[in-house]
Design a protein. Structure first.
Lengths: 649, 343
């Protein structure tokens, strides 16, 4: 090892650091540390002149290590790495000492903060002595992407990716794309969800680069960013493209079940068309309930039905993955606000669907067989801790959806009394105008707080008992129908999604983004992006935007045709590794395997898969697994320096 | 004729197993006697301390020292041997890291003495006779008047390198004859690694030599930790993968995986590999890594750990005295040793 020649640069960050830390003293102290050739302080190290100081010193003083004592690496590591690289030094020979977030911002006592800053600098210098130059790796990136989920977020992402020029595979579990937006009725007073979706279908039909797999699911994902291999199981639809939508098959089918495409408002057959504009525009057979009686096959005049179809496995090479598998509506338990006990207690999804002209009631408001004269929405069902089964979060879309549909009801049935029984109205942003309009249309708002409303089912009819918070009084509202404004849940099959894609869940059960502010839309695994309600409740607009954002991020990853891999990853010393395989089991990214090298079992790290989390490094019993950039010698030097111990390891 | 290399062999807090390993060289022992002169060896030869003191400084080629440093006498002797020897070798686990007697460092000296002289089930000491620094024997009828002074114990047991400079280490409890032989070959040939190295053993862990390593599943994940006194191990199957607390992955090889091959989990007597700072810390870290519970299943995790009654005894069996754990006894005044007894 050539003798380290270290330059230390202490940043004032204006007053951010200099206000609490005596930066001059820290720089003077740094000069006394072993191997430190030059130490300076400057008002803003990240500014051009600040960076130039470092670059000049590297050349003048022949520095081979740089320590910048300033802010968190998450803010300016890239800045300073680039600066040292421009001066001809390997950019991994720069170490940051965080004396802002870890010191000046959290202390008041200038003297003690200065002492602490010195210690932080001493640690960074100790580590810097042992830094190694590292080289980034490059791998080829497939110019294709897989989009999971054919709802608005997934469709938007697929369209964007295809527009960018990528080959896109869209995988949808159900027989049609469109997701819940296609069914939800009016998303604002003028627009139907189905219209938005239909427009997207038109664009998709015209786009040759989007291949749609319906009735399909991702069953295996291997590889790494730029080079994923996805295995898709394509379940049989049993109906081919010869289908003309004549509907004769549906009439003879003996199986009848609740129609999930109408949120249970009516029944459908085992052979069915999900909704009028479904895409692809063919009937499908629900393999979970079909008894294969063959009646449909007999009656079909076009030979479009083939009950002998088998599931197929398709293997796709993709550079990136966009997960947009959406949400499930909250499932109220039986008896939650009377749900399931009375035919006139329905959910918001059912109501919204009902008001869609394509619905079983043709857009008429018919609940429990009649047009209600008074109807009440109960808000926050399943959200905001209202009932025992409820989630803590706000589902974001229910207030606007309820108010929007209340307005629709008032427009169509001006004499119907509409109540919205709410905890807080969350019509944020421009949706606030809907709240105003509802007021003008005499929708009545009833506020509750901690005590939740009670639904009474009596021989005289339905009543809601609620302690009205504004007037501080118990009131009893007779109603003909009750709409439960249910929120959103993570999709039922999220466990399978996690098992296959290795994304992780946040506390609310939705998939977590790598960092909400610093790495939005990204999963912690490189090359996997998230869109729509899979990361938590959103309205349609937000989901669509997130679809665009995920596509843009996927594109920025793949557009160069190759992917740079961060070299701060795990590395095996084969001389020491005994192949004990502890590391294999702990790796969250399945990046490690055991391979045979000249008859010896040793661990092997797939560099492109390694995310540099360091778990294997900590678990390795023999010290064979080292984390480049955080090697044992580097961390031990740093640790010993905390206690003012010897600098040599 | 050139003079043969001189070898000294000394024991400190030792069980005698290390000496036994010397005898276990069997026929190879004759070659050792051909090659070297043994100048000091209390276990087998009647040389005294004065004999060593008379030797010129640096005249002993190699001093092999086994056992941990428990008594002042040990401390004095090893310092003397250091002065007289070119190369000092910590022989066996006790000398290298404190070994099993080093586990006494969990207790202060009084607790150790009470345990040893009063509480151990095999001890019968109704008069509570305790160790004494100085015993005055005065029997005028027999014309005996003498003072016997016992050496004092140190507050904690120390590995050899905490007392003197150590050149090399030969690991094992005890070192196997092959490891000893390899080390001797290296010493006699002069083909030695940098000072401070372990000699005679492997640079990889026990797993590397263990035939059961091949039987490991792709991922080692266990639901419980097993111990050989409570559960029967399936033969020909990796013990760790079965849930046994096998130290194979963290322990230096060279023993030819004798214990795992006899269906006994490795206990770690060859110590840690180069570059590892703390044996027990590393061991507990990988046991934690293979426990197959989500972080949320705290109860299950706790249960799995609590089934093992003596974690320190498992993961620091041979290395507690050399570990980063504090030595409890260090600051406490010893009260259980009497100053003077008169007979």
């Amino acid at each position: 090892m050539t003798e380290p020649r270290i330059g230390v640069y202490v940043c004032h960050c204006g007053f951010n650091i200099a206000g609490t830390v005596d930066v001059k003293k820290v720089a003077e102290y740094a000069k006394t540390l072993p191997n430190v050739v030059v130490a300076r302080d400057y008002v803003f190290m990240c500014s051009e002149p600040g960076q130039d100081l470092i670059k000049q010193d590297i050349k003048e003083h022949n520095l081979n290590r740089v320590v910048v004592a300033s802010c968190s690496p998450s803010l300016h590591e890239v800045t300073f790495r680039t600066a040292v690289a421009e001066a001809g030094l390997n950019k991994y020979l720069m170490e940051m000492a965080n004396i802002r977030e870890h010191c000046s911002w959290v202390h008041h006592d200038k003297e003690k903060a200065t002492e602490k800053a010195k210690e932080i600098v001493r640690m960074a210098v100790a580590k810097a002595r042992y830094l190694d130059p590292l080289e980034e790796l490059e791998v080829k990136a497939e110019q294709s992407a897989l989009v999971l989920g054919g709802g608005v977020a997934g469709l938007r992402a697929a369209l964007e990716l295809a527009n960018y020029g990528l080959q896109v595979y869209l995988v949808e579990k159900s027989p049609t794309i469109g997701g819940k937006a296609a069914l939800i009725g009016y998303v604002d007073p003028k627009t139907k969800g189905a219209e938005i979706v239909s427009k997207m279908f038109e664009l998709i039909k015209e786009c040759p680069r989007i291949h749609i797999f319906t009735n399909s699911e991702l069953i295996q994902l291997s590889g790494f960013a730029g080079n994923y291999t996805a295995k898709i199981r394509v379940n049989p639809r049993y109906v081919t493209e010869k289908c003309t939508l004549c509907g004769e098959c549906e009439e003879v089918c003996p199986i009848e079940i609740s129609n999930e495409y109408n949120f249970g408002l009516n029944k459908r057959k085992a052979i069915f068309l999900p909704f009028n504009n479904a895409y692809p525009p063919y009937y499908a057979i629900d393999h979970r309930v079909c008894v294969k009686c063959g009646e449909c096959e007999k009656v079909c005049r076009f030979g479009a039905i083939n009950l002998k179809q088998e599931p197929k496995i398709v293997e796709l090479k993709v550079g990136a993955l966009v997960i947009a598998t959406g949400y499930d509506p909250y499932r109220p338990f039986k008896g939650e606000y009377g749900y399931g006990l009375h035919e006139s207690i329905i959910t918001l999804f059912q109501l919204a669907r009902m008001l869609d002209p394509e619905s079983p009631t043709k857009g008429e408001l018919i609940i429990g067989g009649k047009i209600p004269k008074s109807i009440a929405f109960i808000q926050c069902v399943g959200s905001r801790n209202t009932t025992p089964g409820a989630k803590e979060y706000c589902s974001r879309m229910c207030c606007t959806t309820a108010i929007n549909n209340a307005i629709k009801i008032k427009e169509k049935y001006p004499d119907t009394n509409v109540y919205i029984i709410y905890k807080d109205i969350m019509t944020y942003g421009s949706d606030e105008s809907l709240y105003e309009e509802a007021g003008k249309k005499l929708v009545q708002f009833v506020k509750f707080e901690d005590k939740i409303p009670r639904v009474l089912i009596t021989p005289e009819g339905l009543f809601i008992e609620v302690f009205e918070y504004t007037i501080q009084e118990n009131i009893r509202i007779p109603v003909d129908a009750i709409v439960l404004s249910i929120g959103m849940l993570p999709p039922r099959d999220i466990e399978e999604l996690i098992a296959v894609t290795r994304v992780s869940c946040g506390g609310e059960g939705f998939v977590r983004e790598a960092h909400l502010k610093l790495a939005p839309v990204e999963a912690p695994t490189k090359g996997i992006f998230l869109a729509g309600c899979i990361t938590g409740p959103k309205n349609i607009l937000e989901s669509i935007r997130m679809g665009s954002a995920a596509a843009a991020k996927a594109m920025s990853l793949l557009s160069k045709g190759k992917i740079t891999i961060e070299p701060m990853i795990a590395q095996v010393n084969e001389e020491k590794c005994s192949g004990c395989a502890i590391c294999v089991g702990v790796c969250p990214y399945s990046a490690i395997s055991i391979k045979n090298v000249n008859g010896d079992r040793v661990a092997y790290v797939e560099k492109a898969l390694c995310m540099g989390c360091g778990t294997c490094n900590a678990a390795c019993p023999s010290g064979a697994m080292q984390h480049l950039g955080f090697k044992d010698v580097q961390l031990l030097a740093q640790t010993r320096a905390v206690f003012g111990g010897e600098v040599n390891v | 004729m050139t003079e043969k290399p001189k070898v000294a062999w000394y024991w400190c807090a030792s069980c005698g197993g290390c000496e036994e390993s010397f005898v276990d060289l069997a026929e190879r022992l004759l070659k050792v006697f051909e090659a070297v002169d043994i100048v000091f060896c209390p276990v087998a030869m009647d040389f005294k301390r004065e004999d060593v003191e008379k030797l010129p400084d640096g005249s002993i080629t190699v001093a092999l020292i086994n056992g941990g440093i428990r008594l002042k006498e040990h401390e004095e002797m090893v310092k003397l041997l250091r002065k007289k020897s070119k190369i000092v070798i910590a022989y066996g686990a006790c000398s290298a890291w404190g070994g099993i007697p080093g586990l006494a460092n969990l207790y202060n000296l009084d607790e150790v003495i009470e345990r040893k002289y009063l509480e151990v089930p095999t001890v019968e000491n109704p008069k509570e006779v305790m160790p004494t620094k100085k015993t005055i024997v005065n029997i005028p009828e027999a014309g005996i008047k003498a003072e016997i002074e016992l050496t004092e114990p140190l507050p904690v047991l120390l590995p050899l390198d905490k007392v003197i400079d150590v050149d090399y280490y030969i690991p094992g409890c005890p070192p196997t004859p092959d490891v000893f032989w390899n080390a001797l070959q290296a010493l006699l040939s002069g083909n030695l690694p940098p000072k401070g190295s372990v000699i005679g053993a492997s640079q990889k862990s026990v797993c590397d030599e263990c035939p059961l390593n091949e039987t490991k599943p792709e991922k080692i994940l266990v639901k419980e930790f097993k111990r050989p006194d409570k559960a029967m191990a399936k033969p020909n199957e990796c013990l760790l993968a079965q849930g046994f607390l096998c130290m194979g992955p963290v322990t230096r090889g060279g023993c030819k995986s004798l214990c795992p091959q006899a269906n006994m989990p490795c206990t770690g007597c060859f110590g840690m590999l180069d570059g590892i700072v703390d044996f027990g810390g590393k061991a507990i870290s990988y046991f934690g890594s293979i426990l197959d519970y989500s972080p949320l299943e705290e109860r299950e995790i706790k249960d799995a750990y609590e089934k093992v009654p003596d974690w320190v005894g498992v993961v620091y069996r041979y290395s507690l005295a050399a570990s980063k754990l504090g030595h409890k006894a260090r600051l406490k005044k010893v009260e259980r040793i009497k100053e003077v007894t008169e007979i």
